[in-house]
Design a protein around this ligand. Sequence first.
Ligand code: G3P
Ligand code: CA
Length: 310
Amino acid sequence: MSAARPHIALRAGASGPALPHRAAAEIPVIAHRGASEDVPEHTLAAYEAALLQGADGVECDVRLTADMQLVCVHDRRVNRTSDGSGVVSTLELAQLRQLDFGSWKQPASDEEFAEYPDLRREGAHRVLTLERLLELVTGHPNRVEMAIETKHPTRYAGLVEEHLVALLDRFGLAHPRLGERSPVRVMSFSAMSVRRIRRLAPSLDTVLLLDRVPLRLRDGSLPRGVRIAGPGIHILRIHPEYVERVHSMGNRVHVWTVDQPSDIDLCVELGVDAIISNRPKAVLARLGRDGTAPPATARHGVIELNPDSP
Ligand code: G3P
Ligand code: CA
């Protein structure tokens, strides 16, 4: 780890007390698109692998199909990650189900994927619906966090958030009661999308993703009602002080996409509140966890909030 950086004095935040620095073993590790370095991204097998590796949570991108089904696909088109072509929002779920989302990332040998769920079994490499992912996550014996990213722009605009909140509601995850926290949070680069989620599900955590930090947010503040900043690791490499600024405002920091050892060390040094990585197993190992021990705060289902917890 590099030499300690000069610390900015913590001050009480605009929206509450400043947050303390988080210890390495307490930083939740979130599998980005599943264990996507090892297994094709956004497949059921990628998420099963992430949970087997001991990830504390999973990240996924969601898009609406032409028949209004939420599916986990990153790109606007299916060309990169399937054997088909076309724009997700113009295809129906039945059409997407014909495609193979696994074969673009073939293992060099049968042994390479040996420790992971069998990609060739029925359904494991087909398009993943958010509903199926929610079933996987809510059926897991541990509490699994979910960071769901709405992708914009899209022709369906606000329908994405409406369908998302309705689906989360079916799973009892959209409206945690006062003093409880849903394992789900919704993230977006679109401030408009985050606002829509806050209107539809005011008690759900939201994350504003940041490719760059706009001038008005450089003091660590966030738009009204948003309590988590989601900077890319490239921002923290250049502006490590941003984490302390966000904390000083009583807000949290979830960082993407943290795969390199030096970046993991930087996140530990800065005391971020979640690490989002394509390599959850490697991150857990670097944090000194063996992949089986969840952080002290992790429990199943909706958790009751300690009044002192952030
Ligand atoms: O977790 C946030 C991160 O996923 C944002 O970037 O392009 O990978 O969706 P992207
Ligand atoms: Ca994403």
